[in-house]
Design a protein around this ligand. Structure first.
Ligand SMILES: [Ca+2]
Ligand SMILES: [Ca+2]
Length: 84
């Protein structure tokens, strides 16, 4: 089990997306992960599978790999907007 939470919960704040029907709050990385986290499955319906290009041009990564704890960009920018 990955430890996802920091003591102050600061890692929880930037990645949370509210389902369209308000049934749940999910992390950005739960979008397009193949599991319906929203009751209506909207987190899987609105998948944008186009790769995101790293600002530094080092790589392009799947949106589901943002906030997954692994640096897909050489500069780690794909992890920057979710863990603090
Ligand atoms: Ca999901
Ligand atoms: Ca990543």
């Amino acid at each position: 089990m990955p430890a996802r939470s920091l003591k102050d919960g600061s890692d929880e704040q930037n990645c949370v997306i509210v389902c369209a029907d308000g049934s749940n709050k999910i992390f950005e990385k739960q979008l397009c992960d193949g599991i319906k986290d929203c009751k209506d499955g909207t987190d899987e319906d609105n998948c944008v599978l186009e790769p995101i290009h790293c600002p530094d041009g080092s790589n392009a990564y799947d949106p589901s790999k943002a906030c997954n704890g692994v640096k897909d960009c050489a500069d780690g920018s794909d992890e920057e907007n979710c863990s603090r």
